[in-house]
Ligand binder design. Structure first.
Ligand code: FE
Length: 240
């Protein structure tokens, strides 16, 4: 249980920056741009002209705490599973610049999350020191897309199901956030092994204090693929 508290504590200290970022979005709307809507960077009509005309506004992905389980030096690799059992999850994460809605090529996307039983690699208290499962980095391609092969995360007390992410550009952190999952899909996924050995996850999205600060704007769109899912999300980041 002690592991849940650092999230909440860190979240409080991060609140200022979160509100500041929220203010940027609100300011853009007040400045006369059109209704915000998510957009895939490769969809028709994006780019600076569309942004200037107000037809397209990229959504700034909400910042969130990196939590207590971040580790430096994750491996550059697409498949992060290391044989961990779970429902296959392919991630397709697109990074776009919120000031232009253009995809960002060459950004480094770092992900890390717990296994199907709620355990992170490289955590002393969990007996996984020195292990590296379910952590990895990929660079975005010309379309701004970083791809990973992983498993559907499990859960641990105090947090809804999530994947941590950081986006680096030129060695700088331009985004720290969390990716979420629709509750109804998690409910279905968790009826399967090995997730089903730990029923009654708590909390769900609506009961998670970090999710409540913009989590719906950082939720994966999931589609079925074979025995698993493909999860997609466009992450709007600010270069400065
Ligand atoms: Fe976490």
């Amino acid at each position: 249980m002690a592991q849940m508290h650092p999230h909440a504590a860190t979240h409080t200290t991060r609140r200022g920056s979160l509100l500041k970022l929220g203010g940027l979005v609100a300011g853009a709307v007040a400045g006369g741009t059109a209704l915000e809507r998510s957009t895939d960077a490769d969809a028709a009509g994006t780019g600076p002209a569309a942004v200037a005309s107000g037809l397209v506004t990229c959504v700034l992905t909400p910042e969130a705490t990196e939590g207590p389980y971040f580790t430096e030096g994750d491996k550059v690799r697409r498949n992060v599973t290391e044989g961990k059992p779970g429902i296959p999850l392919a991630l397709r994460l697109t990074v776009v610049d919120v000031s232009t809605c253009r995809p960002i090529r060459g950004a480094a996307v770092d992900i890390w999350h717990c296994d199907a039983l709620g355990v992170y690699s490289d955590v002393g208290g969990q007996g996984t020191e020195g292990q590296t499962f379910l952590r990895g980095i990929q660079r975005t391609d010309a379309k701004g897309v970083a791809r990973f092969r992983t498993i559907y995360p499990g859960w641990y007390p105090g947090r809804t199901v999530h994947i941590h992410t950081r986006v680096y550009l030129g060695g700088n952190i331009v985004h720290t956030g969390q990716l979420y999952f629709p509750d109804r899909i998690t409910d279905a996924a968790f009826t399967r092994k090995p997730y089903s050995s730990r029923p009654n996850r708590d909390p769900r999205n609506s009961g998670d204090s970090i999710y409540r600060n913009g989590g719906s704007r950082s939720s994966l769109r999931l589609t079925k693929s074979g025995t698993g899912y493909v999860g997609t999300l466009t992450m709007g980041v600010s270069r400065s």
